[in-house]
Design a protein around this ligand. Sequence first.
Ligand code: ATR
Length: 281
Amino acid sequence: MKTLTGNARLAGLVGYPVSFSQAPAMHGYWLQKYDIDGIYVPLPVREGEFATAIAGLRAAGFRGCNITKPHKQEAAALCDRMTEAAERMGAVNTLVFEEDGISGFNTDGFGFLAGLEQNGIAVDGRHVLVLGAGGACRSIAMTLAEAGAAVTLTNRTRSKAEALALELGGLKVIDWEQRADALAEADVLVNTTSLGMLSQPPLEMDLSRARDDLAVTDIVYAPQKTELLKNAESRGLRIMNGLPMLMNQARPGFAKWFGVEPEIDAGLEKHLVERMQASAK
Ligand code: ATR
C-alpha cells in the first residue's frame, strides 16, 4: 500500500459485522489504481454506538463513509439532507461529511440498475419478477419501478410483499407458490432473498416455464454462481450475479470522498473473486 501523507483523504465502512465485507478491498483497489493519497478502512460499530462513532469520524476529519447493517436507517435519521431516493427508502448506505452538515445517499438501487445496463439487460416496459421483501428488495423494487419496469413481488411471507407493494404503489403481488408459473410472462427474474448465499439454503426455483429470453439475476455474489444461476445457465438463459451491483453501488461514494470517478474494470472483479476464494478456504 502507498504511504499516506498528512493530507490523506479518509473514508471507511461503518457496520456490524464488517469483517466479511468486500468494500475495503474494492476501494483499496481503486485507491491504488488511481494512485490516490487516501485510505478506506473497516469500522466495526455496534448498535447503540452509531451516533457517537459518526460524530467521532467527522471530528477526526473523515470525508464520509459507507453504512451497512444494522445502521442504514439510523444513518438516514442523522443526515442533514439526502437524495430523494434515500428519503423514500428511509435508509442510506453512503454518507458525505461536509462543512455544513451530512449528506446521505442510497446507491443500492442505482448499483443494481447500472449492473443490468452494463450486462445489456433492459427493464423499461418489461415484466420483472422480484423474489423477496427485505431491505435489499425495497431498494431494487423501487428503482426498477422508477426505471419503467412492471414489477411483480413474491415473498415467502406474503404480507411483507403486500406492505412493500402498498408503500411503493403500482406493484403486483403473487403467492410464493406461484413463482414458477409467473415466469411464463417474465422478462427478468431477480432474487433479492438471502437464499443461495454461502451457508444459506438454496433457492428452490423451477425454471421450466421460463421464456428463452428470460434474464436471471441474483444479488448473491458468494458463491459467484448460485444454484439458481447454474440452472439458468444450463438452460441457456442470460445470467447476472450480485457482483455488478456490489461494484456499482460503491462508485458514487468513492467519487465524492476521493475525487475520481472510479471505473469497473476486469481487474477489480478478478481482485474481488480472488479474495473471496481465499477467505472461503
Ligand atoms: P435483506 O435486508 O438483506 O434483504 P432481510 O430483510 O432479512 O434481508 O430479507 C431476507 C429475505 O429473504 C426475505 O424476503 C425473506 O423472506 P421472509 O420475509 O418470508 O422472511 C427471504 N428468506 C429468507 N429465508 C427464506 C427461506 N428459507 N425461504 C424463502 N424466503 C426466505
